[in-house]
Design a protein around this ligand. Structure first.
Ligand code: 13P
Length: 241
């Protein structure tokens, strides 16, 4: 039985007041793990106010040194992060991140025992061309070959065309794609494929969460915009009963 995860990704949004509001509310779930992906500068405050399961949104591929503006896995760990998102499409798109770089980031996180939330997903053009599965193979295969994916990895499938557009994937499409992701992983290990959590992300809202959550292979969500609103995020969490 895979335990569901509902993860927030605040991106470059939020502030100390919002952290304080979430900390005061202390959202709970008996069935889902709640993870807060926060701007790195807010992690320490979140931790000190008692929020649990904090994730960084990115990490440097380097251990330390002259890399102005970057944040290392060691620093994330010291501030209290237990998870880190890598490979978000915004990092791939605006910062040219590729699988080679992401494998290095992944290795840095492993050194600090920070669990990886690895984002994958096709662009609109790739979706239109019907090549989603080969895109997912391109994003997953190097990580499988490097032995980076295990049952503690969290995969977030986020079709780029659904992110921030209000146009979520249908539950059927997301379910089919999650099955394909499990199939790709099962080529290396059927056991890992059956245990790994695969989250859906892309315009998850209170009004579509339940239908998506009911799908067998959707083990949770990575939520952007709606994770900034306590009430809506609460309703999304409650989609997992
Ligand atoms: P939205 O929920 O705002 O579409 O963002 C999804 C996302 O990118 C989460 O990582």
């Amino acid at each position: 039985m895979r335990k569901s995860i509902v993860a927030a990704n605040w991106k470059m949004n939020g502030n100390s007041q919002l952290v304080a509001d979430f900390a005061q509310t202390q959202l709970q779930s008996n069935v889902a793990e709640i993870i807060y992906g926060l701007p790195a500068i807010l992690i320490s405050q979140a931790k000190s106010l008692g929020l649990k399961n904090i994730a960084g949104e990115d990490v440097s591929a380097n251990k330390n040194g002259a890399f102005t503006g970057e944040i290392s896995a060691v620093m994330l760990k010291e501030q209290g992060a237990e998870f880190c998102i890598i490979g978000h499409s915004e990092r791939r798109q605006y910062h040219g991140e590729n699988e080679k770089l992401l494998a290095e980031k992944w290795a840095r996180l492993n050194e600090e025992n920070i669990a990886v939330i690895y984002c994958i997903g096709e662009t609109e053009a790739e979706y239109d061309a019907g090549i989603t599965k080969s895109v997912l193979e391109r994003q997953l295969n190097p990580m499988l070959a490097a032995g980076l994916i295990d049952e503690n990895t969290v995969i977030a499938y986020e079709p780029v065309w659904a992110i921030g557009t209000g146009k979520a994937a249908t539950a059927e499409y997301a379910e089919k794609t999650h099955q394909e992701i499990r199939e790709i992983i099962s080529r290396q290990s059927a056991d890992v494929a059956s245990k790994i959590r695969i989250l859906y992300g892309g315009s998850v809202k209170a009004n579509n969460a339940e239908e998506l959550a009911n799908m067998e292979n959707i083990d949770g969500f990575l939520v952007g915009g709606a994770s900034l609103k306590i009430n809506e995020f609460k309703q999304i969490i409650e989609a997992f009963k």
